[in-house]
Design a protein around this ligand. Structure first.
Ligand SMILES: Cc1cc2nc3c(=O)[nH]c(=O)nc-3n(C[C@H](O)[C@H](O)[C@H](O)COP(=O)(O)OP(=O)(O)OC[C@H]3O[C@@H](n4cnc5c(N)ncnc54)[C@H](O)[C@@H]3O)c2cc1C
Length: 383
């Protein structure tokens, strides 16, 4: 189900991505990657062949020149069988936009074409052990040596996708200890850079894309690896997070919708007390509540994406979409677990994967509490 909100070509685009997920990727493949904790390389290559990695990249840079609304619809479709799978495409694609927006001509020449072709990917590394919600407390230090190279030392945490092959990490680092926000910069660091130690973590969620800890001990990075100017890191990351929130909100909606659809199907098939459990009003009402919440989350996601596509400031609307989408995914996956009963515990029911992903969704990209803080900041008396 989509919504009447979409025009014909948008509805066709969402339908194309949904059918691609069903026929080309398949739920079985998504489940297998999750269970084996394997990065979905095969799917990533298929998506690259479709040209979808470059959907947001302007035509003059070799991309498809789509807008954030098109991108969000893709995210909704890709999120269908689990947010983790969507992440394997969304993290590289929204991180690539930092290079489009802030990269030098040389950086664009180096990264953009191979990225669109699926030969390289990107991760974003903001978080650290002591810098979570307060991301600007980043301690990982980068200093220039006499040759103009950057020497980087510190520890990053939770960098999703950083262990996948041919990944370049957009890493937030401190270049000035005196200035909390103005002392931050972003370096582009390939994951095979000598001295970089990347460990995949055994997390509850994000099995396939994988999330990592990264240790850097005097790692040498070329002087031209800085994205934008020195001190521009906080601006880059703030803009990055706004795009991230719009797109992940749509992926949560796709995943939440699938949780509800699967639960409705099961409720019709499962017979207890000589009747489908759907015939118990209590079950129908649980699922009606979920569908209402999914529709509301979808409208919030579409509103944020529409504003972003029109270049209207939408930090508040992006946070609302992210907040409500993630909380909706959590509610729907939890309800799905209840409706599917004991069966829900098995991987082949897929619901336990949706539940695991939902637990992370209210944390990553800024927690629900941080989204509320952003929303509250925009609220004025009488406004
Ligand atoms: C699977 C996974 C993948 C991730 N992927 C990435 C990635 O690719 N790149 C990356 O950089 N990071 C990534 N993260 C990190 C994620 O962005 C952080 O976990 C998140 O920002 C929260 O930081 P924290 O975990 O340190 O929690 P903390 O900031 O320590 O928060 C702990 C609790 O305190 C609350 N809290 C904190 N500050 C406030 C406040 N001011 N007001 C009210 N409540 C507050 C929080 O809401 C939360 O409930 C990932 C995390 C996970 C688990």
């Amino acid at each position: 189900m989509t919504s009447n909100f979409l025009n014909e070509s948008q509805a066709m685009w969402l339908d194309t991505v949904n059918r691609f997920m069903d026929n080309e990727i398949t739920v079985e493949y998504v489940r297998k990657c999750d269970m084996a904790r394997e990065y979905p390389y095969e799917a990533y290559e298929k998506i690259a062949r479709e040209g979808w990695l470059g959907i947001l990249i302007p035509e003059e840079d070799g991309g498809a020149g789509g807008d954030i609304f098109d991108y969000s619809l893709m995210a909704e479709g890709l999120g269908k069988y689990g947010f983790d799978f969507a992440c394997s495409v969304l993290v590289p694609t929204f991180t690539a936009m930092n290079i489009i927006k802030f990269g030098t001509d040389e950086q664009k020449r180096k990264y953009v074409k191979p990225f669109i072709e699926g030969k390289i990917r990107f991760s974003v590394s903001i978080s650290e052990p002591d810098a979570g919600s307060d991301a600007a407390t980043t301690k990982t230090r980068a200093r220039r040596d006499a040759n103009g190279d950057w020497i980087v030392s510190g520890q990053k945490l939770w960098c999703s996708g950083a262990a996948a092959k041919n990944t370049t990490i957009a890493m937030l680092v401190r270049t000035n200890a005196e200035d909390k926000h103005g002392g931050l910069s972003v370096l582009l660091i390939p994951n095979d850079t000598p001295g970089l130690v990347i460990n995949k973590l055994p997390t509850l969620s994000r099995h396939a894309t994988g999330t990592t800890e990264i240790f850097l001990d005097e790692v040498r990075v070329p002087g031209d690896a800085m994205l934008g100017k020195e001190g521009l890191g906080w601006k880059i990351i703030t803009e990055h997070l706004e795009l991230e929130r719009c797109s992940v909100a749509a992926a949560y909606v796709g995943n939440a919708q699938q949780a509800v659809t699967a639960a409705v199907r099961y409720a019709h098939e499962r017979i207890q007390f000589k009747q489908p459990i759907w015939d118990f009003q209590v079950i129908r009402h649980m699922l009606a509540d979920c569908q209402t919440q999914v529709d509301a989350a979808r409208l919030l996601a579409y509103r944020a994406a529409q504003m972003a596509a029109a270049h209207v400031p939408c930090s508040r609307e992006g946070s609302m979409a992210k907040l409500y989408g993630s909380e909706t995914l959590k509610t729907c996956a939890m309800t799905g677990m209840q409706v599917l009963g004991g069966y829900a515990n098995l991987p082949e029911a897929d619901m336990e994967r949706y539940l695991r992903e939902s637990v992370q969704s209210t944390i990553g990209g800024g927690t629900s509490q941080i989204q509320k803080t952003i929303i509250a900041k925009s609220m004025r008396l009488g406004g």
